[in-house]
Design a protein around this ligand. Structure first.
Ligand SMILES: [Zn+2]
Length: 463
């Protein structure tokens, strides 16, 4: 397994800390609003990371945190006059609904920041004792000058005494000591924790150091997040965790690039800001977005456009139609091309082992679909060959997860049978009515030359 490591800026061969196991921490959402499609791309990538390691036989412990206290959460929940708990529960629920729709499998643990305050307090106390943190009027701060490796992930250099930096990408950002703990003030209302280090609430960065340490130990195999988290968030996590444990925090830092919309950064002011709910509202299948994400490598920017999304919806539909047709294809005794199929499957695996290259892996999946399509065109397939193709497509789909899996309910099947009978009797009007009925229930009946049919999920942009 080759992984590009942001820390070393090199591709490296993956070596786990413990044989056969992967300890992985991925920065999760701040549950104050719906996640946008840029966030969603990152969450789909986290899921791919986990699936690829599992595919290779590793046991993966994946921790994705939920940040359930911060300035926006406090402000919004107070404005709505509901408790912080109620407010964040609501958006956590939406988060889990959204990731489920794009088939993100559950992480091992989703710890909440507010359930790990004790651990944060422990770490902050140690950081004060070791001289890395100090008390100021409004909170407890981390002194970045005290940590000699500060900047090693992002490449930022700290100007001693100035607490300002000059580094290409971060020119306009000031590097400064950051808050580990914020003392309570009036605008926080009843949101505070009474602790040994004072009454207040944690800073954002300490949350991840605390939760990763509690659930995964001092050193992690993989830490992932969007590229926008490299600085300052991940830089600060390293400073906190390594100062606390005295050990290396993370062996492989893996970052997912931005999603752009029409070539520009997504923002509410540019009116190019989308959530999954927006796309669903336009009639898109969430899996079309999943497919779009898989077709872009995590280290490349993904340029989202509506036209592209429509194209992916069409592809998604074609793939699923081919798979259905393959399953019902008559078997002959002819020899198959097992060697070619196996070669495609090996190339698929190799692509994933090459820094999670889902774009190249997907190309192999499409190649195998092409083989299936040529047999569908022939109208027959060798028995063992059919089994082999279906088996390999299913195994690839354990990672890609784009093949329709919901079993079609009996009432839809009954309607389709009834329609077939009406068509046999040339009652076209009645047959069309049933087709519309089935369509309203979310499915399309595709008639085949041999008089049979298949039922596929109806997709608006695949017509
Ligand atoms: Zn984090």
């Amino acid at each position: 397994m080759r992984i590009y490591n942001t820390l070393t800026r090199k591709e490296e061969t993956f070596k786990p800390i413990e044989k056969g196991k992967v300890r992985m921490y991925c920065c999760g959402p701040t549950v104050y609003d719906y996640v946008h499609i840029g966030n969603l791309r990152t969450f789909i990538f986290y899921d791919t990371l986990k699936r690829v390691f599992e595919h290779l036989g590793y046991e993966v412990k994946q921790v994705i945190n939920l940040t359930d206290v911060d300035d926006k959460i406090i402000k919004n929940s107070r404005e709505r006059r509901i408790s912080r708990e109620e407010y964040t529960e609501e958006y956590s629920k939406f988060f889990f609904e959204d990731i489920k729709k794009v088939r993100v499998e559950p992480a091992t643990i989703y710890p909440k920041a507010t359930e790990n305050i004790d651990k944060m307090v422990d770490i902050i106390e140690v950081l004060i004792q070791k001289g890395f943190a100090y008390k100021a009027e409004d909170g407890i701060y981390y002194s970045i000058e005290k940590f000699k490796d500060y900047g090693k992930l992002s490449g930022i250099k700290v100007d001693k005494g100035l607490s300002r930096i000059k580094a290409d990408e971060y020119d306009k950002i000031s590097v400064s000591d950051f808050a580990l703990w914020k003392f309570w003030d009036e605008k926080d209302g009843d949101i505070f924790w009474e602790t040994r280090i004072g009454k207040g609430r944690p800073g954002w960065h300490i949350e991840c150091s605390a939760m990763s340490n509690r659930f995964l130990g001092d050193t992690l195999d993989i830490h992932s997040g969007g590229v926008d988290l490299i600085f300052p968030h991940h830089e600060n996590e390293i400073a906190q965790s390594e100062a606390y444990t005295g050990k290396k925090f993370v062996n492989y830092w893996v970052h997912a690039e931005h999603l752009l919309v029409d070539g520009r950064k997504m923002s509410k002011s540019l009116h190019n800001f989308y959530t999954l709910r927006d796309l669903e509202g336009m009639g898109f299948d969430p899996l079309s977005f999943r497919l779009m994400c898989l077709d872009a490598n995590h280290r490349d920017k993904l340029d989202f456009t509506m036209e592209n999304l429509k194209r992916y919806e069409k592809t998604l539909n074609d793939v699923n139609t081919s798979f259905k047709l393959l399953e019902r294809l008559s078997e002959s005794n002819g020899a198959g091309i097992d060697k070619e199929i196996d070669a495609i499957y090996s190339a698929f695996d190799e692509a994933l082992m090459n820094d999670f290259n889902t774009h190249a892996a997907l190309a192999q999946f499409f190649k195998l679909i092409e083989v299936a399509n040529s047999r569908i065109k022939d109208g027959k397939i060798g028995k063992s060959e059919k089994k082999n193709i279906i088996d390999k497509l299913r195994r690839m789909d354990e990672i890609l997860d784009i093949i329709d899996k919901d079993s079609i309910s009996q009432d839809i099947i009954d309607l389709a049978e009834k329609r077939k009978e009406l068509r046999r009797k040339s009652k076209w009007g009645d047959a069309d009515e049933i087709r519309r009925d089935v369509s309203n229930k979310g499915y399309s009946i595709v008639d085949l030359e041999d008089g049979g049919y298949i039922i596929v999920k109806r997709r608006k942009y695949a017509m």
